[in-house]
Design a protein around this ligand. Sequence first.
Ligand code: ADP
Length: 324
Amino acid sequence: MSHENTVICLGELLVDQVVDAQGNRQNFPGGAPANVAVALARLGLPVAFVGAVGTDDTGRHLIQVLQHCGVDCRWEQPRSAPTRIVEVNCTVEGDRTFGGFIGGATTDFADAHLAAQQLPLAALSVASVLVTGTLGLAYPATRAAMTQAAATLKASGGKLVIDVNWRPTFWPDERAALALLMPWLQQADLIKVAADEAMALWQTDDIAQLQAQFPDTHLLLTDGARGCQYAFAHHCGQVPAFSVSVVETTGAGDAFLAGMVYQGLQQSWRFETPDHITQAITFANALGALTTLKPGAITALPTATELLDFLYTHTGKVWTLGRV
Ligand code: ADP
């Protein structure tokens, strides 16, 4: 089966309501898979979003934002349930904690109702990469759709990229989460997990211990300004983050993941040597660092020119985006 060089991002598109240290509230478009989609579109990749969003004004506005950024939204699934609004509390240092949801309980929102029957199976079977997360596993309909999407992609040789994105508030039954997460993650080709998420889920942020749980998966363990550890088969190592003046970190992990997907496509997913892996992570770190310089996620994701300028300034080398 031939593969088009397209990426499909499946999952949440929602509103991050950011509350700053002074208590001021501001709404930003967000949702990890949607953020990754925009980051990739800004780098010029053909990318589509699949997700369930409300037919309310909020949902329609979010879809327009994605379309305006160049993301193909023809497979979104409009729902009468409201679009999710998440409270994100920020410290003066720019770190975040997640509050509750505004306007309903966690199961009430549109993204809990993705339908497997409405998935673009033909597109999934020719896509190069499916980028998704874990939050939708908390809701039976969305879980069934995610499972079907992953199976369709994998059956035809596409790469499954999963951001662990552990957010306990999304789970009506937090204790059930781990049992659902493990088999889901074990089928991934690449997993990104933040160090605090790894500690919360597996009580370790030791990359070797994590690799023992996911031996057949490329593993990326990010830790904000402390950089990223990786375990790609028998290559393991660490790549430092860039030093920047952080404003607010929402979306940094999503930008980082988009960078890894971009590099995966550019390197035909081979990541052959530690140098190739370091190059990919350096590129991803630059995307992550740039996203911390402005508030919000989608609003903060860099353009291709901003990224290449940053990489040149901070590495002293000329980087190109090339063909993927
Ligand atoms: P997440 O946003 O998923 O919690 P991290 O906070 O680990 O994940 O951030 C992902 C990546 O973004 C990091 O590996 C790093 O490259 C970049 N990044 C995040 N925070 C900072 C920071 N304070 N300084 C520099 N880079 C950062």
